[in-house]
Design a binder for this molecule. Structure first.
Ligand code: OGA
Ligand code: MN
Length: 183
């Protein structure tokens, strides 16, 4: 299993700075009724959100996404072209699910923007155990192999967001998620 989140993977707090954070999602073109074959299987898991997919990005965003890909995916790994952008309200949350194995490969890499949050991973075969990861605002997390296939992942509601006994206040949160293709 390979889990990584801030600060374990990078030894420093953040993957993008505040200026870049603004630039990444600066001009969101949220579709009114977004409907996508890729994500429809896990959409009932998500509450209080809007989302889009984007293939073309600005220069700054592209350079951030290149860095994400460089750390998250092995060289030459076939990637899912469009990048998924998910905007959760303050009250929004994501229930436990596993991303579709039909459309998405071994690795999921997500940048968390605008708000800290807590991601919970629960083994599919032992729901009394779990691992919580603090996803700091502007950090990158990577779910790979067993963490991606054998654990459900979820983003906790504001009222359930605690890490090491400390409240993690949830505000509106945008995530930018890169995935590779199944092989
Ligand atoms: C998803 C998902 C996590 C995140 O869209 O399938 O799990 O970081 N998103 O927003
Ligand atoms: Mn997911």
């Amino acid at each position: 299993m390979w889990l990584s989140s801030n600060p374990m993977s990078f030894g420093r707090g953040y993957f993008v700075g505040t200026t870049k954070e603004r630039e990444v999602f600066g001009k969101p073109a949220w579709k009114q009724s977004f409907c996508c074959r890729l994500w429809s299987s896990c959409r009932p898991a998500i509450h209080g959100y809007r989302e889009t997919e984007r293939l073309q990005w600005g220069v700054t965003s592209e350079s951030i996404l290149r860095r994400v890909r460089a750390v998250a995916f092995p060289e030459g790994s076939p990637l899912l072209g469009p990048i998924h952008v998910l905007d959760l309200d303050k009250e929004g949350y994501i229930k436990p699910h596993i991303d579709s194995v039909k459309f998405c490969g071994s690795t999921i890499a997500g940048l968390s923007l605008l708000s800290d949050s807590v991601m919970r991973l629960v083994p599919e075969n032992k729901s009394t155990d779990w691992v919580d990861m603090l996803l700091s605002r502007r950090s990158l997390y990577i779910l790979r192999d067993d963490a991606r296939f054998k654990f459900t992942h979820e983003i906790l509601k504001d009222e359930e967001s605690f890490f090491s006994g400390q409240k993690v206040a949830r505000h509106r949160r945008i995530s930018v998620i890169c995935r590779n293709l199944p092989v």
